[in-house]
Each structure stands twice: as C-alpha cells, then as structure tokens.
Design a protein around this ligand. Sequence first.
Ligand code: NAD
Length: 298
Amino acid sequence: MAKIAFIGLGNMGAPMAVNLLKAGHGLVAFDLVPEAMQQLADKGATPARSAAQAVAHAAVVISMLPAGKQVRDLYLGTGRVLASVSTGTLLIDCSTIAAEDARAVAAAANSRGLAFLDAPVSGGIAGAQAGTLTFIVGGEAQPLEAARPILEVMGRNVFHAGGHGAGQLGKICNNMLLGILMLGTCEALNLAVAHELNPAIISEIMRSSSGNNWVLQAYNPLPGLMENTPATRGYEGGFLSHLMAKDLALAMNAALASGTSTPLGSVASSLYAMHCANGNDRRDFSSIIQFLQGGRLD
Ligand code: NAD
C-alpha cells in the first residue's frame, strides 16, 4: 500500500481521499480549511500542518484544488511541494486547470527528476463518492502505469489523452460540451413547462428520444424530479457555477490559442459568467435554469 499525500479536501477531494483510505492506503491530508482535515482524520487520515509537511514522506502526491493559480502556488510557490518531496515521488494533479499551467508544473517537476501527471476527472461528486470517476491523463506512459492502480481505486476509467497538458485539454473539451448540454436541456425543459407539459413526463420523453444526454440521465436541473441531484437540494453542493465558468473560460482561451470557432461554447461562457455575477457562483451549475427563467425562483 502506498503512502499518499492528498491536498485539497473539498467536494471532490474528500470523497476521493476516503476511497483511498477504504482501500487501505496510508494517507496524510492537507487543506486550508481545518474542518475538512478533521473530517478526514475521523476516517483514519493523518492531518498535516502544511502541504510541505504532508508530502515530505509520501510516495505519491495527489492534489485536487480549485484552479491553476492554487496548483502553481502549491507545487512551485508557497506550498513548496516540489522542494519538499523525496526523489521518486509521483505527482498527480486532478484539478481542472489550463494545459499551460499543467505543462509549467510538469516541466519544473521533470527538471528535478520527478514525474508529474495532469489527471483531471469527470463524474462529479457522485462519481467521486462511488469510486467511478473517469480520469483523463496527460503525461508519460511509465508514470501513468505506476499511477493506474491508485487511480483505479477512485475511478472506473483511466484514459491516456497524450503528453503533458493533454489531460487538461480533454477535460476542458468535455466540460465545454457539458455546459452547452446543460443550457440546451434547461431551455428545452423551460419551453415545455411554459406550455404546461408535465416536467417529469417531458424529461422521460427526451431521455427516451434523440435529445437524450447526461444531464437528463443523471442531473435534471428541475427540482424534485430526481433524488440526490443538486436541483432537489436547492442547488447546494454539486459542481459549483464558478467552477463551470472557469472551465468555459479555459475552453475559450484554448479556442483562441488554436483559432478554433466555438460559438456555442462562447455563449455558454458568457451566460455562466453572468449567472455568477448575479450571485450564483457558489450554487450548483444546474441552477442556471433559473437564470434562463428570468430570475431566482426558489
Ligand atoms: P472545492 O472548492 O469544493 O474544493 C477545493 C478545496 O481545495 C477546498 O477544500 C479548499 O479549501 C482547498 N484548497 C484551496 N487552496 C488550497 C491550498 N493552497 N492548499 C490546500 N488546500 C487548498 O472544489 P471541488 O468541487 O472539489 O473541485 C476541485 C477541482 O475539481 C476543480 O478544479 C474542479 O473544476 C474540478 N472538478 C469538480 C467537479 C465537481 O463536480 N465538483 C467535477 C469534476 C472536476
């Protein structure tokens, strides 16, 4: 069993770390929020006073932080992770960040003889809890094979997207599509409800028809139609709107860098930015259905 340092115990990181503990791995945990560390300590992890302390004796470091700024700071800046790990430590960042940020950390790690993988995930909090995430990995094949048994504790699928940054690009393309699918599904549901169709029945009709997609299958944005969705919990928890806005902005930067036309992604990016500016940044991203209805109706 590996000695793992896990940094970032939020909505995704905490359940991922719990699955590693359940599989018998030794875990040292660090988060800026003491309560997050305490909850994991109650499940058998050793809390650390700093990221540097957490990684000092680890064979594997896993990070799950909000955005590129925090990841760069953790590995290259005040977190001092690259300066604190032992030779041979495998570094895996599961946050969704820009490919350039992942490549910058990978280059700095490689220059110290350390292997780094960008390994963002898809599957949401439910997937993190159930251990059924999809890992989209960028980096070299050899460290990926070393990481695979650990990733398979937390996920069902592990894809090698390509070299450093390719995992992030794969993830960003997926989330641009998810943002577009969420908005399209919200529009169709709002139109049906405006014409007094039963929301449960129209959801089932579309799920059984050519409009079927993951939002209808697992994440219906209308409250009360599915158990365990953020919509049914007042849009609490889940995948926060500011994280979707961040991912869409990353997609727009990637589109600009490659001269790719992404008109629907661009609209989705603007709508999520407006939704966040209206005070919904800490609500689940499915709450955008209320923005399309013209306001907060809950
Ligand atoms: P979150 O905000 O719930 O958790 C982030 C955690 O990181 C927090 O507990 C925070 O205190 C901690 N943190 C921030 N800076 C830190 C630092 N310097 N050192 C230690 N801890 C620090 O976010 P989340 O929903 O868990 O998402 C994490 C990443 O996973 C994001 O990049 C997000 O885009 C991605 N993601 C999220 C979901 C989802 O459904 N929530 C799904 C797939 C991918």
